[in-house]
Ligand binder design. Sequence first.
Ligand SMILES: O=C[C@H](O)COP(=O)(O)O
Length: 334
Amino acid sequence: MACMTHVLDPDALPDDGRALMAPLPPYDDVTRSDSAFRAFLHGLPGVDQVGAESRVAMLGTRSIKTTSKAWAIDTAISMVDLTTLEGADTPGKVRSLAAKARRPDPGDPACPHVAAVCVYGDLAGVAREALGDSGIHVAAVATAFPSGRASRAVKIADVQDAVANGADEIDMVIDRGAFLSGRYLDVYEEIVAVKEACGDAHLKVILETGELVTLDNVRRASWIAMLAGGDFIKTSTGKVNPAATLPVSLVMLEAVRDFRAATGRQIGFKPAGGIRTTKDAIKHLVLINETVGADWLDPDWFRFGASSLLNDLLLQRQKLRTGHYSGPDYVTVD
Ligand SMILES: O=C[C@H](O)COP(=O)(O)O
């Protein structure tokens, strides 16, 4: 992953922990108090929900040529965080997922590998070992995923454990209870603390947009996560419906676009949960291209969090190459 600039300037840190929370200019002042932060977040432009829905509906009707489709499928494969997040996960399941991540189509060496394997923290070591020097990242969910209901100390220990086990990407959940009761600074401070605990691991901040009620809240939570130093903002855990809807993705993409324009710092975006078809993936690629541009069309800056999307991408890829769908044993159905 390309080097990302940390939002904090370590040389500027006085002794008290609060200084750890100074975001980049021109926003260095907005977290000085609860009321200042609330005023900033509620002063962000309101989201036109009807406009967002009609824009994504319009983009969803775009057709793409067969040659572009082949490119889009391979690009989407290279952006998948291949995920298993079940209580019944075993080391064997993670090893077989890692094998699939490395060689999604064992019959075609030209098929790209995925971006990352995403697991619970206790299985990060198994994934790390199985992925070896493939260049595939190990992402671990942490901070009492998916509810986020635990003390901060427990969440930090969860992150440290996942990193010690070999995760180089941490997918944290925000405290939605704090967010929805207006305690924005608490949400912010927790992300800052988790980022510190990540060390060199990159941090994806899951907003769980299906619980945030409005698109205005999605915009506010995106800004909290970006100001706090998240490397990526991510829609959902995959455990709550609705998850990665296109209007939500549009709002979050606008947030990363506006944040880069204001601060010069680029933040990645990861829609996750409920993205199962090649059609859904291509709609997202069109949305990126139209909203933030080609700078984000790269696995360093865009990921799909998905457990079964890869299977459909492989089926459609095979269909493009051979003109027909392969038998049911061509992809593992999981
Ligand atoms: O982060 C990824 C999600 O947990 C996967 O959700 P999904 O099973 O709906 O693809």
